[in-house]
Design a binder for this molecule. Structure first.
Ligand code: SF4
Ligand SMILES: [Zn+2]
Length: 115
């Protein structure tokens, strides 16, 4: 029997451990509460630190070594709304990303016209 068989998170939604979207704070809180009562949190954390694809493990929110998918509080560069996004994310939604693209496209056109 491996330590994984005693994990408190068996059968719990994976989303709790990879929080995303507007429910991220609630998901993260559930994961951390579970980890705090987990009998194998030390084993889990040690394993996570050697493999690490991010998420919440052993009561710690880990930054993935290879992935860009760690979420943090951000502010949209277009509409200024608060959102959770990866460290590369600049916009809260596809709409805002498209608006920003359209704007820079229009600006580029105007510049070309002036020149
Ligand atoms: S410490 Fe958290 S993530 Fe790790 S096995 Fe326990 S409940 Fe799951
Ligand atoms: Zn936005």
């Amino acid at each position: 029997m491996s330590w994984r068989d005693r994990a408190a998170c068996i059968g719990k939604p994976i989303d709790w451990f990879f929080p995303h979207g507007k429910n991220a704070p609630a998901q993260k809180a559930r994961a951390l509460a579970l980890c705090s009562k987990c009998p194998v949190s030390a084993e889990c954390l040690a394993d996570a630190q050697s493999s690490c694809d991010g998420g919440i493990r052993g009561g710690v929110s880990l930054t993935p070594k290879h992935s860009t998918d760690v979420l943090e509080p951000k502010r949209c560069a277009m509409c200024m709304a608060a959102f959770m996004g990866s460290y590369r994310a600049k916009f809260c939604s596809d709409d805002c990303r498209n608006d920003a693209r359209r704007e820079s496209w229009v600006k580029a056109k105007q510049k070309a016209r002036v020149a």
